[in-house]
Design a protein. Sequence first.
Lengths: 164, 164
Amino acid sequence: MHNKLEMAQDKFIASIGELAGSFGLNQFIAQLYAVLYLSDKPLSLDELVERLRASKGNISLNIRELEKWGAVKNVWVKGSRKDYYEADPDIRKVAANKLKAGIHKRIGQVSDMIEEFKELIHSSEGDMTEEDKKIVKAYHEKLKKIEDMNSLASKALSLAEKLF
Amino acid sequence: MHNKLEMAQDKFIASIGELAGSFGLNQFIAQLYAVLYLSDKPLSLDELVERLRASKGNISLNIRELEKWGAVKNVWVKGSRKDYYEADPDIRKVAANKLKAGIHKRIGQVSDMIEEFKELIHSSEGDMTEEDKKIVKAYHEKLKKIEDMNSLASKALSLAEKLF
DNA sequence: TCTATCGTTTAAAACGTTCTAAACGATAAT
DNA sequence: ATTATCGTTTAGAACGTTTTAAACGATAGA
């Protein structure tokens, strides 16, 4: 196929991988989406195997993950019994959804952590020395700071949602 | 030491680790900061070894990383020739700095990637078929979308900075 | 029914990252 | 000067994650 163009694309795809990796998400899955996003037509499993030089199993697995995210869908192509995959062209929506879900989850986790910590502290209030009580008081002040930060993050998130 | 309190803290520290891990950053380094943040006094390397049940080397390494971030500093304690470490109490600042730097870097990376891709495409314009030119045109449209998203992210970032 | 063509599953290999234990150099105490 | 106490460095072990190859079940065509 278009050799120079393909090389250019390869470089781009590779960079996408690095970027995703540094975010802590699977490099390959990002590259997979990128290939589908740039493609002018839906691609089959075999074509993706060829394009990314990866195993069928790997691609199959990650395609399903992308489907869960709503980033890729299965499309039917007349005259073939293969599955064909197509990227959601609204890349902004895809990225925003993923990020939003992630951040929202983390904000919840932080709240939960703090609540649990408070409960644990409270449950052991019975046999506390004066010294312990001082420490607990200091804890509460620090936890408060984290809570404030968390709710600020939450507000920032809904602000960003409006912007997007 | 304070047994029940310590257990409560342990649970909290563990959760901090999970949280950090899901962000793609080193779990241990987050836990290290958390221990120092919650502590009412600076801690020595040995105390951290004891508290986190990790090797000196590991802690030493990650402390230096935290120092780079400006999240932890070395403090001098009268009468001891050990190093003592203290967390920056302004956890919001620490988190914001780290996140801001990260996002800023990523935004730059995306711009660079796109520029490079465009150049590669351009450099191979010479021997292009009509078909190729069609594909390249479609690429440019898609790249434009990514650029828009990127600059929007950039704006959102500076908005968030003001908020914090 | 038998064969070919799919996508998925899975057990094991490959890989990168993190962690440790031990050696080390530097500094302070004796 | 010698020993003890530090923090750092480093080579390799341990670990989790990702990837593969091969087996598999399902479906369609002959």
